[in-house]
Design a protein. Structure first.
Length: 456
């Protein structure tokens, strides 16, 4: 693994070990013991498939956690590395016959590790800025969008590339910079307002609240706009609460559970005040943490019940369209990319499939596109290696996974590669770029593809 970009440094050694003591207090021992060591999780685990190491499988990581709690081992640097190496894709959960909540165990372990980690001097301020001062604040994210927009439009980006400045950064970061979408200083609320009624005089099916996210509203603004318009076309009144904030997924996955809980409380209040029937996400990663607010706040006397109600009403946009919507007609003969018949394929969002249990809805919608042939991607349910910021923190493993993914993508001979999560979308764009396939394949968010091909 590339130690230079690892966010973990070292954990002080002492006896009794403080990390072990914290894990005893925070990990659910019954959940640890529920693992029956059957091994069904191993074929589903990307890091086990890549390494063949028991410790790099869900079963192995649970065994490590339990060994620490049982005082059979000290949580040393190798323990931390295995917890860091996990993508958190949770593909192990649907195949587990014992229904072990691996994701919850992993997040609790990472939270404990973070509390007992001594970082390099420059890591702590970066984490503080990102997790406390940037992602939770929509106005500051808008400023970030403005800065990125200036960078992309002013010629600075071109100059830096021309003079090879990006080559000074790790290869994965320079590659990601090349495929970043156009940033926006104005999000969905600034462009559409906070209320968009059902279109074409339809009687509203329901009032839905659009979860706009933080990074989504800066780098994928068009997708947010198209999500609202598509919901309106399908007969929903759409409200976008201004007081909502970051979902907390990056915080929860990075050992910042308390901050994730604070963000969850604010979102629960925002959508409760809006009085919506459903909360709609267009990002599998965001949706997965939203549907787990009930677990996240299960010990909070003031929010436990509200969190459960909130989570029960969270739906992915493809899910709500299939279950409740007046589904519009879609045709490849419409839209700037439409040229009649086209082959399309789909890469699953791990969290949409494994946590939200809505992996079929996007495919059902794609089957409705006139003139499009859906070609199933072999291993579409296997993680692409994005996993939030995993591709920046664990670039070697991430690129190994992506390279194997692209072998299967090539087999489809598809013109369009669709997905339902921004991180997956960027990762697949990166894969297409790395394989020099940009002249005959394009990666697109499913919402953007559907909206562009609405039948006129």
């Amino acid at each position: 693994m590339n130690e230079a970009i690892s966010i973990k440094s070292r954990i002080a050694e002492s006896s009794p070990h403080p990390l072990a003591e914290r894990l005893k207090l925070t990990l659910n021992y019954d959940e640890l013991s529920n693992c029956i060591r059957c091994g069904f999780c191993q074929p589903a685990c990307p890091t086990f498939k890549e390494t063949g190491l028991e410790a790099a499988s869900p079963r192995g990581r649970i065994a490590l956690m339990k060994a620490v709690v049982d005082e059979l081992m000290v949580p040393d640097s190798s323990f931390v590395k295995q917890m860091d190496l996990c993508l958190g894709c949770r593909a192990c959960e649907p195949v587990c016959p014992a229904d072990v909540k691996y994701g919850q165990l992993l997040e609790a372990t990472r939270d404990a590790i973070e509390k007992h980690t001594v970082h390099r001097w420059w890591i702590k301020p970066i984490r503080k800025v990102a997790f406390q001062q940037l992602f939770p604040h929509q106005k500051r994210m808008r400023l970030l969008g403005s800065a990125l927009q200036l960078y992309q439009r002013s010629g600075i980006q071109g100059l830096l590339r021309k003079f090879g400045v990006m080559s000074l950064f790790p290869e994965t970061m320079s590659q990601m910079e090349r495929i970043l979408p156009a940033a926006s200083s104005k999000g969905v609320v600034e462009q559409l307002g906070t209320y968009v009624p059902a279109k074409n005089g339809l009687k509203p099916i329901a009032t839905v609240g659009m979860f706009r996210g933080c990074i989504m509203d800066v780098l994928f603004t068009e997708t947010n706009l198209n999500t609202v318009k598509l919901l309106s076309e399908a007969g929903f009144d759409v409200i976008i609460p201004e007081t909502q904030n970051c979902c907390g997924a990056l915080h929860a996955h990075s050992g910042e559970l308390e901050q994730a809980k604070n963000l969850a409380r604010k979102n629960i209040d925002a959508f409760a005040a809006a009085g919506v029937d459903y909360i709609i996400s267009n990002a599998g990663g965001c949706g997965a943490i939203l549907v787990e607010y009930g677990h996240l706040l299960h010990n909070d006397r003031d929010y436990a019940e509200a969190a459960i109600r909130f989570a029960e009403n969270v739906k992915d946009v493809s899910q709500i369209l299939m279950e409740k919507g007046h589904i519009p007609k879609f045709s490849m003969s419409n839209g700037s990319t439409g040229k009649g018949e086209a082959a399309i394929t789909y890469q699953d969002s791990c969290h949409l499939r494994n946590v939200m249990k809505a992996g079929n809805a996007p495919r059902d919608l794609m089957d409705r596109i006139e003139g499009a042939q859906l070609v199933e991607l072999r291993g579409a349910d296997r993680c692409c290696g994005s996993a939030g910021i995993y591709n920046l923190l664990q670039p070697e493993m991430s690129m190994d996974i992506l390279d194997h993914k692209m072998e299967h993508v090539k087999e489809t001979k598809a013109h369009y590669l669709l997905t339902s999560n921004p991180g997956c979308l960027l990762q697949m764009k990166l894969g297409i770029e790395r394989e020099q396939m940009t002249d005959h394949m394009k990666a697109v968010h499913i919402v953007d593809f559907l909206y562009e091909h609405l039948a006129k």
